[in-house]
Design a protein around this ligand. Structure first.
Ligand SMILES: *Cc1c(COP(=O)(O)O)cnc(C)c1O
Length: 351
């Protein structure tokens, strides 16, 4: 009789919160759809799609548009079906059985999850009490434990904290390990290593169209690395990993420079409003901490996380519950006002 192996037999499919809610602040998405003029460009682009043909394996039109937007050479860029695909691909291909990977904690849970599927040994580096990465301790750990790949998000999901460009560079140049910096939220900050990626033999950066760019529906992620690494990623990926519609739409979306820059300003402003509001509500209460953020969400520690989460959900507002923490996405100004006023209400009745 066939039996599922031990590593997958107890897994359940990923299931985001189901149901319809008025305010969705649980997935760090962009809070608004594209405006009408960009939608019109997308509709027009759709006319050009050759549905009977396989997509371009290198997704060149989307890659060129991405590269132009960020000012990197297109040769250094590989497109993926979301960065999720690229994480899995690189963890499975760039390590051999027996090699070690290092993740940080708390951080994006998919890094660890995929390593278990790849049967890669994965160690965990614990962040300090402010949820920051001690980069020197991290470097020592990587070198002492002979780590093959270290991967973490910068800025970090879920903490919203980031390490500076100088610290990231010091890490990359102080280890032999392959360093993967997932910059999914770097569009909201300005400490990227993008412009020097080809000067490093051991660096991969991930970017995504799912957050600031506001196109999570397309599943479009990018790996940026030197030509040797980029060629290897392109060689191991499945040939038609990015569908033709996402390629065509990606080309259009990364041309919207002004729109994306304006949206960045708005979301950063809303995040500050969210952060300041949360500090006002939580500060001075026992067992509660609000972490300042450089991303598009704010992380809060509270021993009432579950009760608060339920209270908000009853008001049709969803945020992400993570143990003793809540992660709240910076939505529109109106959404930020709603979540703050609901939290004020919560604390009127619960001290
Ligand atoms: C949202 C997110 C991504 C983006 O994943 P996609 O597959 O491109 O949608 C990647 N890394 C982190 C840490 C994220 O939070």
């Amino acid at each position: 009789m066939y039996q599922l192996n031990d590593k997958i037999k107890n897994l359940v499919p990923y299931e985001p919160i189901s149901g319809t809610y008025e305010v969705r602040l649980d997935a760090n998405e962009c809070p608004v759809n594209f405006p009408e003029d960009i939608k019109a460009q997308l509709r027009q682009k759709l006319e050009e799609v050759e549905f009977n043909r396989y997509p371009d394996p290198l997704a060149q039109s989307a890659v060129n548009s991405f590269a132009e937007y960020y000012g990197v050479k297109p040769e250094l860029v590989t497109a993926g079906n979301g960065s999720d695909e690229l994480i899995f691909l690189i963890e499975s291909a760039f390590l051999k059985k027996g090699d070690k990977m290092l993740v940080a904690s708390p951080d994006f849970s998919m890094y660890n999850f995929y390593s278990s599927i790849c049967e890669v040994e994965c160690e965990t580096f614990i962040k300090d009490e402010n949820l920051d990465l001690d980069v020197d301790a991290l470097i020592r750990k990587i070198n002492d434990d002979k780590i093959g790949i270290v991967i973490f998000s910068n800025p970090c999901n879920p903490t919203g904290r980031g390490i500076s460009k100088e610290d990231a560079r010091r890490l990359v140049t102080s280890v032999d390990a392959l360093v993967i910096l997932d910059e999914a939220y770097m569009d909201f900050w300005d400490e990227s290593l993008l412009d020097e990626v080809d000067q490093h033999s051991n660096l991969i950066l991930f970017r995504t169209a799912s957050k600031l760019v506001g196109a999570a529906a397309l599943r479009l992620g990018f790996a940026v690395a030197n030509p040797v690494i980029s060629t290897a990623i392109k060689a191991v990926k499945s040939p038609y990993n990015v569908n033709s519609i996402s390629q065509a739409f990606g080309e259009v979306i990364f041309r919207q420079k002004e729109y994306l820059q304006n949206r960045k300003k708005t979301i950063v402003k809303n995040r500050e409003m969210l952060y300041n509001g949360l500090v006002k509500i939580f500060a001075g209460r026992q067992n509660m901490t609000v972490y300042s953020s450089v991303a598009n969400f704010v992380f809060v520690k509270t021993d009432q996380s579950k009760q608060i989460w339920e209270f908000l959900k009853d008001k049709s507002i969803v945020v992400r519950l993570m143990g003793d923490y809540l992660r709240v996405t910076a939505g529109t100004e109106a959404e930020v006002e709603k979540v703050l006023s609901a939290l004020n209400e919560y604390f009127e009745v619960n001290v």
